[in-house]
Ligand binder design. Sequence first.
Ligand SMILES: [Zn+2]
Length: 493
Amino acid sequence: MTLSDGYPTETIIGLEVHVQLKTQTKLFCSCSTRFGAPPNTQVCPVCLGLPGALPVMNEHAIDLAIRAGLAIDCSIPPMTKWDRKQYFYPDLPKGYQISQFDLPICADGFLDISNEADLETPRRIGIIRAHLEEDAGKSMHDEAAGRKDSRIDLNRCGTPLLEIVSHPDLRSATEAKEYLNELKLRMTHLGISDCEMQEGSLRVDANVNLHIDVDGKKIATPIAEIKNMNSFRAVEHAIEHEVDRQYDVWEETGKTIKDEAKTTRGWDDAKGKTFLQREKEESADYRYFPDPDLLPIRIPQERVNEAKANLGEMPAKLCERLQTQYGIKLYDANVIVNQGSELIKYFETAATRSGDGKRTSSWIQQDVMRTLNENEVSIEEFTVSAEQLGDLLRRVSGGDLDNARARDVFSHLLKTSDSVEEAVKHLGIASVDSSEIEVLCRELLDANPQVIDDVKSGKQQAVGALIGQAKKKNANANPKQVRETLLRLIEQS
Ligand SMILES: [Zn+2]
């Protein structure tokens, strides 16, 4: 990209994404990872770092990390180990974090994102590694009104995180956002993390600098790492701001990557600016060494193969299949896939049964999802089964039921355990004989002769008023059938 009145620049971005794994318990103890509990109620001697407490590894976290690695095409080495990363911070009671230094559980993967320059060939973003580590606690500075002190909640201490580190292959804020969207979709879709950003289950650090082309000579600006962003919008804005800031600083000072080490910056959402936090520590400052309390982990190839066999369909492939198999649009396929595996299963069952993918997709996105939101229930707890919805929509597609009547049946199904057939019977919905419809239409036309004139002068929509009246006289009258009958009678008159 080129700044309006400067040298051409290229933005270089690498992302470090922390994903909280969806385990019931912490990485090295049996404390719950549930979000929102009162401060310091989900802690024990292990995650508090009390003397003599010993960590015990959570196998489920290993399974999820393997799954995540396979989802981003990483290799899973046969051996991995735990290292201590030493640093002092009040929310880290042990004085070190258990992490992985030189033998991460996942290495050397990639993620494809769409390519604006060439829609046929995706942009491949390299992934250096993904490693497991435990989270720290949470410092709350001055949060209570009028207080001048800081408090610490250690509930989050020891929660399993997977840190996914990309190569600096991203070239714009938009690409960064797309990478994050795709990553989040895979992690949620495969049940690896819920990625609830407002709960801190997905946090992003962005390493950003510029390559400035000064008359054919490439100059790199110092790298800034923007830490701990918890919304994609923040990531996008912070990168955009950093591009402008680094260019301005370079113009002012001429400082390049050779003159200044990497710095750490924060993002102030309210001001829309990044701000300097500290000069970056080098990894030597952390004095990594293997954790003596934890054995290295051997991961036999069979375990990886099994995880691969159970991985399921990647979201992009799944979207493609839903489009071709059920005849729905890409947008609708995306909405369904984004809702997670249970809703996808629900859609597929209902669409197969109804034989009408488009109608099923639109009913699920409107009536079903609205009901779920209103009642705050998940699709697993939903009282109308996929089979029932399929049966209902098959009747609509076949012309036995109109949409309004189908909604009545749907409401009835929500409240009872009736089948669709029983609901139809219970509501007294009977298909009306076509001769009955014709009699009804004749009556209406006799009472409203001006409609005949209107339609004959080209205003077909005039029959709309009569359809409403027909429904009032006979709730079972099918609007489509009434409309066709009215138009036929008018033509014959
Ligand atoms: Zn604990």
